[in-house]
Ligand binder design. Structure first.
Ligand SMILES: CC(=O)SCCNC(=O)CCNC(=O)[C@H](O)C(C)(C)COP(=O)(O)OP(=O)(O)OC[C@H]1O[C@@H](n2cnc3c(N)ncnc32)[C@H](O)[C@@H]1OP(=O)(O)O
Length: 504
């Protein structure tokens, strides 16, 4: 293992199952089976023999059931996903890793494995991940027994669930689901653009309509249907209100059975194994950024972490956003794409380059932490067919809390620079936890099957501090109006640990 060897992606694979329990237990996938299928496809995709035996490092992206402390395993627990995956693909890696939580992890693992190859620590890494949440939901809904329990003796490095991404203050006010966090960003963007709810829904639908067209043509999409702007922007039974301004199809869909895998190795190992030049895709730039709890971020209409990760990756590659021919931008919610295109300086309304290669998390599917491994798989395939061009993958974790970016091309880079440590924000907003009068900064209304249930706001005091509060019944009715309430004066009364507000 020589130090300074150029890392290269040589194989990618994906898997998909539409199993949802309606036709009984036969053919039910598990997270492991989806990873095995995708990994075997990645091994075959290299076009060379002996790859499984060459894998010295195997890293698995953390699945949903292992991402929340104490979450149940309703279909049995696979206690060693890396070890069982290695067993089932005939590999015997010296290093097994079970990655920490976050949608950044596929790209972060590529960045890490590439750096380890370059440092001469490893020669060949397989990265894989999956979700079988469609199977899980379907099995429970239809009373079908499925069994995911498994295990292996091989030791693995468990990176755990990582630091908390939400604060006590946020939890107390009901900001507990990704859609609620992102709705606060989304309404901050709508307010900046001067849009009412219906106007912003139209803009979100215009952004996402082309994503649906890509998803409709992708054989690995879970929901391959092209939707109109009209359908996407209009509340209906099929497109119900979830967290204002989001309707169901503005949201990452987690009812998916999808797996993906990618193989990173040293160029000399690729030479030794006879991997053809036209299979090889290089990492030209890598960047990573992180952010604070949402309630203390100075800006809500954009992302510090995205800006940091994107600019670092582009700088490393010596390219600009204008040089990118292809993008796969994380799209769990429209605001993630509004924020990344803003950071890239790409005008989503007029730019001709597609912003997704898969179809995006609401339409291709949102397989938990692993979505961007599909983005990377699609990017590798796209670049092989468009040799010499460049593409950028942005992977996003938490609520724009952890970002990892990769710039790729089949062109051989003159040099490789390992990724720098995560950029960290320097500024944070002080919170006010007493009764106060403030100006509404952003908001959401959460919905259940019975309709709207909770109004949540952030408000800013004249001294710059921020307060969190929930809506009184009268204030909730105002939040439901089409006109944006952002900028209006509110009176917050704190009782115990939570604030309740009314409009003044
Ligand atoms: C970094 C990041 O990636 S952040 C993103 C992380 N990912 C997420 O947060 C995942 C978010 N997504 C989800 O939770 C899910 O995909 C959902 C809720 C959007 C859709 O889930 P599904 O399992 O497809 O639910 P589905 O739409 O089939 O709804 C189930 C039932 O509940 C009903 N329902 C659920 N919520 C509502 C609601 N708010 N209003 C009305 N009905 C509702 C549906 O109508 C449906 O009823 P039916 O069974 O009678 O037809």
């Amino acid at each position: 293992m020589a130090k300074g060897d150029l890392p290269v992606l040589v194989g990618v694979g994906q898997s998909l199952s539409q199993w949802d329990g309606t036709a009984g237990p036969a053919g039910a996938p598990s997270p492991l089976s989806l990873m095995v299928d995708a990994s075997k496809a990645a091994l075959a995709d290299t076009g060379a023999a002996g790859i499984a035996e060459a894998i010295d490092t195997l890293a698995v992206v953390r699945i949903f059931e292992d991402s929340v402390r104490g979450a149940p395993h309703p279909h049995g627990h696979n206690t060693n996903l890396p070890g069982t995956l290695a067993r089932d693909i005939g590999a015997a890696p010296a290093h097994l890793i079970y990655e920490t939580v976050g949608g950044q992890s596929p790209q972060a693992l590529v960045n890490e494995m590439a750096a380890k190859v370059f440092e001469g620590e490893i020669e060949c890494a397989l990265i894989s991940g999956s979700e079988a949440n469609r199977a899980s939901k379907g099995a429970r809904r239809h009373g079908v027994e499925i069994n995911w329990a498994d295990g292996a003796d091989a030791e693995y490095e468990d990176r755990g669930t990582g630091p908390m991404m939400l604060s006590r203050e946020e939890i107390k006010h009901g900001i507990v689901a990704p859609a609620y966090f992102y709705a606060l960003f989304e309404n901050a963007i709508a307010a900046r653009e001067g849009r009412s709810r219906s106007e912003h829904r139209k803009a979100m639908a215009q952004l996402f309509q082309p994503f649906t067209a890509v998803a409709a043509k992708n054989p690995y999409s879970q929901f391959p249907v092209e939707h109109s702007v009209e359908f996407l922007s209009t509340p209906s039974k099929a497109n119900y209100e979830y967290a204002d301004p989001f309707l169901k199809w503005f949201i990452a869909q987690d009812a998916v059975n999808q797996g993906a895998a990618a193989i990173v190795m040293s160029s000399s190992k690729a030479d030794e194994l006879g991997i053809a030049e036209d299979k090889r895709v290089y990492l030209h730039g890598a960047g990573e950024g992180s952010d604070d709890f949402i309630s203390v971020r100075p800006r809500l209409d954009g992302s510090f972490a995205m800006e940091a990760a994107i600019s670092r990756a582009l700088d490393q590659s010596g390219k600009t956003a204008a040089d990118m021919a292809h993008f796969d931008l994380y799209s769990c919610f429209p605001c993630a794409v509004f924020s990344s295109t803003q950071a890239l300086g790409v005008d989503w309304k007029t730019d001709k380059r597609p912003l997704t290669l898969t179809g995006g998390l609401p339409f291709f599917g949102g397989p938990g932490n692993n979505y961007s491994l599909h983005g990377i798989a699609e990017m590798v395939a796209k670049l092989r067919g468009d040799a010499g061009t460049f593409g950028l993958v942005l992977a996003n974790g938490g609520w724009m809390t952890k970002e990892a970016v990769g710039v790729y091309s089949t062109a051989k880079p003159a040099e490789f620079t390992p990724v720098a440590r995560y950029a960290r924000p320097a500024e944070e907003i002080e919170l006010c936890t007493e009764s106060c009068v403030a100006k509404l900064e952003t908001f959401t209304v959460t919905h259940g099957k019975e309709g709207p249930n909770k109004g949540i706001i952030f408000a800013r005091l004249p001294d710059g501090r921020r307060a969190l509060a929930n809506a009184s019944p009268a204030a909730l009715a105002v939040l439901r109006e089409d006109a944006s309430p952002v900028g209006r004066s509110v009176k917050i009364t704190v009782d115990g640990e939570t604030g309740t507000f009314d409009f003044t």
